[in-house]
Design a protein around this ligand. Sequence first.
Ligand SMILES: Cc1ncc(COP(=O)(O)O)c(C=O)c1O
Length: 439
Amino acid sequence: MMMHMTVEGQGSRGDMQGSAGHVVRSFRKREYRSRVGRCRYETVKMDARTPQNDFRQSLAWTSDEPMGLVIDRAEGPYLYLEDGSRIIDLISGIAVSSIGHRHPEVLEAVRAQLERHLHVMVYGEFVQREQAGFAADLAAALPAGLDSVYFTMTGTEANEGALKLAKKATGRSHMVAFTNSYHGDTHGSLSVTGRNVYRDPFLPLLPDVTFLPFGDVEALGAIDASVACVITEPIQGEGGIIVPSDAWHRALRDRCSETGAVLIFDEIQTGFGRTGSLFAFERFGVVPDVVTLAKAMAGGMPLGAFVSSRERMAAFRNDPPLSHVTTFGGHPVSCAAARATLRVLLDEALPQRARWIESMVRERLEHPSIVEIRGRGAMLGMQLTDADLTARMVARCRENGVLLGWTLHSNSLVRIAPPLNIDESVLREALDVILEALG
Ligand SMILES: Cc1ncc(COP(=O)(O)O)c(C=O)c1O
């Protein structure tokens, strides 16, 4: 419990000697107003300095019930906890650790870049070897027309950039997105996210956004020549792992081509092999005008990107110059990690391995409480009969050494997204634990 002691004075944090002899900061000063309105400070004694207490007292939470696992280290498909236990990671930090945690080639690339330089200049001014090199590697892995890469730090920033690019390149402002979609939590991305429960507390968002039902071919007729862009996930992730038909993808591509609307595919979750091809659009036989990427791109380092044609990207160069800049986009250490990650994904044919994971999961996970397994490759959702069972099952798996979670959409859909290079024996073990937990 906290102990309170009131003092006046300037405040930040105080230091004291910890029991292990090292200096720990155990006091902080908190500003408050006295009853007569004077600004005062109180020194608050924090609980004993453990990672758990620091997490509880000083870190802003995103929900009332964070998982709260105390991580010691991570390696390959495993998380190692402070209490000495080991967990098989079947969610990969939400589709990030696709080549496993701390892949040796990523570590080597990171170390080599650490020896050369960290941040040197805001994005787009200096020639940085790993940044330019990864842009070229990525463009080579993408179809013609997706040959100019703009780096960001995160997925939501990649979507922000893509939306601005479409507005600037077309001179139009109307945007089309889909029900149930998720594109990130900054204002622009939230404006095209199709779930009112996440949007309502933050209204008003961007005007001029129309939501169409996801996967409905007829509804695509609403896309007309006023539309700057249409943004969609090729497979909806947080919306509940929803795979639309090939016909819908083709109709969407055709409608955008007819009207001049820029087609943006958000491959932030589906990208880099997760769905069984390097990018999900390959499996639907269509190519978008802009693709946005992040998550698995840099093997566990933060990096995002939006990629389009050189001609379209030229819209950001002038009127005014510097109309879209970022300080940390394309951090050189992240780009070095991303080059190694892409090499590993391609050399080890991990997109194909994602298809093998899908067949293993579908074959093994048969149980009366499993209504359906949805998704493609290693981006799968296991639909269970009810929320209580789901919570019990996830808790039991956790006790028995398997980490599962659910999507933002539903408390009865369990996400299965292991590293793509998970060993067969480890995957089998994890699936057995799931079956046992279902009873
Ligand atoms: C499809 C999709 N788009 C965008 C984002 C946002 O990415 P970030 O959390 O890196 O901002 C996510 C994150 O889950 C996502 O799944």
